[in-house]
Design a protein around this ligand. Structure first.
Ligand code: PRP
Ligand code: URA
Length: 209
C-alpha cells in the first residue's frame, strides 16, 4: 500500500484555511494555491538524493552537495492542476511539464480524457502529478494509468485536499504511488464533491461558473 503524506506545516495549514473560505476571490485563491504548491514541493522533494561536489569558496575548498538522480516532470491534470505548476517550478525550474486533460462526467463522475501532451522522456523522470482535489480518485487514477502506459514508473501524486475515498482508490489501483496532501477531509457528498473541501477548484481558480 502506498504511503500518504499529510503535509501539516503551519504555513500550509494557514493558507489552506483561506483557500477553503468561500469569501476568497479568484485572484487571492490563485495566489494561495500557488504558494501552497511551493510549500508542498519543498516537502515532496525532501527525499531527493544528493551527490558530493567540490567547490572553492573565497576562503577554502569545500565539499558540498547538489541534487542528483532523476530529473523531474510536473504533470498537471487540466484544468485545476495547472494552478499548482508555477508554484512547483519556482523550486524546480528545469522540470518539464506535461499536460493531461480530464473532466468528470457530471452524471457518472468518471473521468473523460480530452487531451494529453507529455515530455518524450517520461520513463526517465520522477513525475509529480498535480491536482488540487482528490475526490473519487477517478481522475488521478486515470492520469497515473496513462503515464504508466507510456512508460512512467516513478510517479508521485500531489493534491491539496483529498477525500478518504480518493486516497483508497489511488492506493488500490497504484500501490506504488506516494500521495502528498495538505488535508484529508471527511467525505464526499451526493455530487461527489469533497466535504467540507473548497468547492469547485477549477471554477475558483479560473473565475468560471
Ligand atoms: C476536478 C478536480 C479533479 C477532479 C477530482 O476536475 O480538479 O481533476 O475533479 O475528482 P475525482 O477525484 O472524483 O476524479 P473537473 O473534472 O471538475 O475539471 P476542471 O479541473 O476542468 O474543472
Ligand atoms: N472537484 C472539485 O473541484 N471539487 C470537489 O470537491 C470534487 C471534485
Amino acid at each position: 500500500m502506498s504511503k500518504v503524506h499529510i503535509l501539516d506545516h503551519p504555513l500550509i495549514q494557514h493558507k489552506l484555511t483561506y483557500i477553503r473560505d468561500k469569501r476568497t476571490g479568484t485572484k487571492e485563491f490563485r495566489e494561495l494555491v500557488d504558494e501552497v504548491s511551493t510549500l508542498m514541493a519543498y516537502e515532496i522533494t525532501r527525499g531527493m538524493p544528493l551527490k558530493e561536489v567540490k567547490v572553492e569558496t573565497p576562503v577554502a575548498p569545500a565539499t558540498c552537495h547538489v541534487i542528483s538522480g532523476k530529473k523531474v516532470g510536473v504533470i498537471p491534470i487540466l484544468r485545476a492542476g495547472l494552478g499548482m505548476v508555477d508554484g512547483i517550478l519556482k523550486l524546480i525550474p528545469a522540470a518539464k511539464v506535461g499536460h493531461i486533460g480530464l473532466y468528470r462526467d457530471p452524471d457518472t463522475h468518471e473521468p473523460v480524457e480530452y487531451y494529453a501532451k507529455l515530455p518524450s522522456d517520461i520513463e526517465e523522470r520522477e513525475l509529480i502529478v498535480t491536482d488540487p482535489m482528490l475526490a473519487t480518485g477517478g481522475s488521478a487514477a486515470a492520469a497515473i494509468h496513462m503515464l504508466k502506459e507510456k512508460g512512467a514508473h516513478n510517479v508521485k501524486l500531489m493534491c491539496i485536499i483529498a477525500a478518504p475515498e480518493g486516497i483508497e482508490r489511488v492506493q488500490k489501483q497504484h500501490p506504488d504511488v506516494e500521495i502528498f496532501v495538505a488535508a484529508v477531509d471527511e467525505k464526499l457528498n451526493e455530487k461527489c464533491y469533497i466535504v467540507p473541501g473548497l468547492g469547485d477548484a477549477g471554477d475558483r481558480l479560473f473565475g468560471t461558473k
